[in-house]
Design a protein around this ligand. Structure first.
Ligand SMILES: Nc1ncnc2c1ncn2[C@@H]1O[C@H](COP(=O)(O)OP(=O)(O)OP(=O)(O)O)[C@@H](O)[C@H]1O
Ligand SMILES: O=C(O)C1=C[C@@H](O)[C@@H](O)[C@H](O)C1
Length: 300
């Protein structure tokens, strides 16, 4: 099932669903002054110049059902109106060069693959898949943490590869991959078959903060560490980045939150909204396809 496309003006919350944890108004004031947009039929502007305007849309996470997609989870995303307009304009540009190719988001746990992926799938009218959720579905609905505990990591990795293989025959998907999907060469072959791979590169401290905010319970690789959730996450993520950094760097496009923050004049990467990150992802994908990747992708 395609990600929901209904887009309407709505209440001033910013991202809301069971899995989209953050609610904040801090970054928004800054963006109100930064973003310049044109009106579009999808996001008609309200007339009052003093009120912050919002757009909201429904997003769904798909599951396999005899190889056709069905909905696993739905949620709604609320974004500042200006950002929504900019995102829409960027996606219209992106559609010309994407030509239906899927987008695979890679990055360490907590890097925002699911949050940003759902926004991208909505705006491109692509289907959204979360590979961890698909694995859970295939293993009797038990959680990733339970799969690690009962069957071990290598069983999980095998399932991960099977899921990516299934997805690889499809176009027009946004896939949030597991943090370790980049380690196996065969996974790259599947992701690259009809897709573009985008690395969400988020500083370790920001990742540890995000993970500490929701707890380490659902992330089995963090269970090896001791200490408070922030320390556990920071330690294990530093180790994982050392191990996997070169794999992430093989992605076709990279979205660096540090570079974005410096370009946009933000003091902290936590000021960057998921919508801004989605816009940057579309920009980076465009850059890749227009320059060196265009020829390779045309041959897919
Ligand atoms: N730009 C952002 N700023 C602040 N918090 C964010 C941002 N993007 C995502 N988050 C929060 O970080 C947490 C992790 O996000 P998300 O689940 O999207 O990451 P992920 O890469 O899919 O993680 P995993 O690989 O572990 O499933 C969530 O609580 C989410 O709300
Ligand atoms: O970084 C990793 O290896 C993992 C990340 C999660 O998305 C899950 O895929 C699992 O917890 C392993």
């Amino acid at each position: 099932m395609e990600a929901g496309v209904a887009c309407k003006l709505n209440c001033p919350t910013w991202v809301h669903s069971e899995r989209f944890g953050r609610k904040s108004t801090a970054p928004i004031a800054m963006h109100r002054h930064r973003v310049r947009v044109a009106a579009s039929p999808q996001f008609p502007l309200l007339s009052s110049p003093n009120r912050q305007r919002w757009a909201s849309f429904e997003v769904s996470c798909s599951s396999f059902n005899n190889f056709s997609a069905s909905t696993l989870e739905t949620g709604s995303v609320h974004v500042p109106y200006d950002e929504a307009l900019m995102l829409k304009n960027k996606s219209l540009e992106a559609e010309q060069y994407l030509n239906g190719h899927s987008i695979y988001l890679v990055g360490l746990m907590g890097s925002g693959k699911t949050t940003v992926g759902k926004i991208l799938s909505h705006v491109l009218s692509y289907s959204f898949y979360d590979s961890d959720a698909l694995i859970e579905q295939e293993v009797d609905g038990i959680s990733v943490a339970e799969i690690f505990k009962c069957h071990g990591e290598s069983f999980f990795r095998k399932k991960e590869t099977e899921v990516l293989q299934k997805l690889s025959s499809k176009k027009r998907l946004v896939v949030s991959t597991g943090g370790g999907a980049v380690v196996r060469d065969e996974n790259w072959d599947y992701m690259q078959k009809k897709g573009i791979i985008v690395w969400l590169d988020v500083p370790l401290e920001a990742l540890a903060q995000r993970i500490a905010a929701v707890g380490t319970h659902s992330r089995p690789l963090l269970h090896y560490e001791h200490g408070d959730p922030y320390t556990k996450a920071l330690k294990r993520l530093s180790y994982l980045l050392e191990q996997r950094g070169k794999n992430y760097a093989k992605a076709n496009a990279r979205v660096s939150l540090e570079e974005m923050a410096s370009k946009l004049g933000c003091r902290d990467v936590s000021d960057l909204t998921p919508t801004e990150i989605a816009i940057e992802a579309l920009d980076q994908i465009g850059g890749y396809l227009k320059e060196e990747g265009g020829m390779a992708i045309a041959g897919l």
